[in-house]
Design a protein around this ligand. Structure first.
Ligand SMILES: *[C@@H]1O[C@H](CO)[C@@H](O)[C@H](O)[C@H]1NC(C)=O
Length: 376
């Protein structure tokens, strides 16, 4: 048995993994392993076939292929999936009030009169500029806005969710599942995002001038935090914007605040890793049985080769999970496991949960000029 506990920078880890002999993770029995990370790096041979050791989340124990009750979450192949303790420092916690006030900004993008909407829902925020482009070959429009609050010393970037009907959106995401593996490279060698989001991001954030305007504004307000938010497709664009700004050194990572709502699996495993290592303040809010965050769906890791494994879609931490209707006063939990394993049941789906975050019907809310009393 030989394990190596590797602490230190990622590059070093990558280097060591590269030079590991092929037997480095080979163990005789899985069940002697006491921690998730070592378990997820280890494997045994059964009749000459390599079998990953699996960490059973429910029993907190390591075992072979049948070590965990059927249907219970297991972690294998990659220690990244192991629980990462949620330990935010003061002022960096997610709160329900924070979620609601950001959601107000994310809904305001839908209003043709953003100024009026924000005046009612977030009177401290003033609208700066909106950007709208055709984001695909089918004439669908994508929209984003920049706003600022002197009171909160904050800039806001918010993206609109998709306007496609529920059917079309669901079909689109299912269709994407079929093309898994065809990730568009994004911000690092291995990180990739869904092609649709990649195109939308470049057209909307880069080509429309939105990035330039934001950078000018960040220069004028060097001590302001930059909040990035959006619902659904808008959540994907917000997370990509956060990563792009940090990786291009346009912003100090500690100024970034990322909160998305009902975000699908935007990218592959390397993308999730990049988000986690570059964006310290990040929350992905999901309502009960919202099906969109389950798309595109990953395959069962037990059936994957290593090469396929790296092409699977994966969520970044931290999930903020509301297992309720998100009425005022209802609680949430923060999940510390990658891809939400064991924190919510992706088999359950109700599209109504996607469109009613915080009990707000976005179209009605905008039609009623964004009444603050409904949200906060
Ligand atoms: C937006 O609403 C405000 C206040 O209700 C109004 O004064 C303004 O003219 C509107 N802007 C547009 C472009 O309709």
């Amino acid at each position: 048995m030989q394990y190596r506990k590797v602490n230190g920078i990622f590059a070093l880890v990558a280097l060591l993994l590269f030079f590991k002999t092929s037997d480095a993770g080979n163990v005789v029995v899985c069940k002697d392993i006491k921690d998730c990370k070592t378990c997820a790096e280890s494997y045994i041979h059964i009749l000459g076939f390599r079998e990953d050791c699996r960490w059973c989340l429910e029993s907190n124990s390591c075992g072979g292929p049948i070590s965990c009750p059927a249907g219970k979450p297991v972690i294998q192949k990659d220690p990244f999936k192991c629980p990462t303790p949620y330990t935010p420092t003061a002022g960096k916690r997610y709160t329900d009030a924070l979620g609601r006030s950001l959601f107000a900004v994310s809904v305001a993008v839908r209003d043709s009169n953003v100024t009026e909407c924000l005046r009612n829902s977030r009177p401290d925020i003033s609208y700066v500029q909106a950007y709208e482009v055709e984001c695909d070959g089918s004439g669908n429009l994508c929209k984003g806005l920049i706003a600022k609050s002197e009171e909160a010393k904050a800039l806001y970037v918010a993206y609109k969710g998709s306007t496609f009907g529920k059917q079309v959106f669901a079909e689109m995401l299912h269709g994407l599942t079929a093309q898994l593996g065809a990730w568009e490279k994004f911000e690092s060698e291995n990180a990739g995002v869904i092609n649709y989001f990649h195109t939308a991001f470049y057209r909307l954030f880069i080509d429309s001038g939105m990035k330039e305007d934001l950078i000018d504004l960040m220069k004028k307000h060097r001590n302001y935090r930059v909040w990035l938010t959006g619902h659904s497709l808008g959540g994907s664009l917000a997370s990509m914007t956060a990563l792009h700004l940090v990786k291009s050194k346009s912003i100090d990572r500690n100024r970034v605040r990322l909160i998305t709502f009902g975000e699908p699996r935007t990218g592959n495993i390397a993308y999730a890793k990049e988000i986690e290592s570059n964006i310290p303040f990040r929350y992905r809010v999901i309502k009960r049985h919202d099906p969109v965050p389950n798309m595109p769906a990953p395959m069962n890791p037990a059936l994957l080769t290593a090469a396929q494994y790296n092409k699977q879609p994966m969520h970044w931490r931290y999930l903020v999970y509301y297992d309720n209707n998100m009425a005022k006063g209802e609680g949430f939990r923060v999940c510390d496991v990658a891809d939400d394993l064991g924190c919510r049941n992706p088999a359950l789906s109700n599209f109504g949960d996607h469109t009613t975050y915080f009990q707000i019907d976005q179209d009605d809310f905008v039609r009623n000029h964004c009444p603050r009393s409904e949200l906060i």
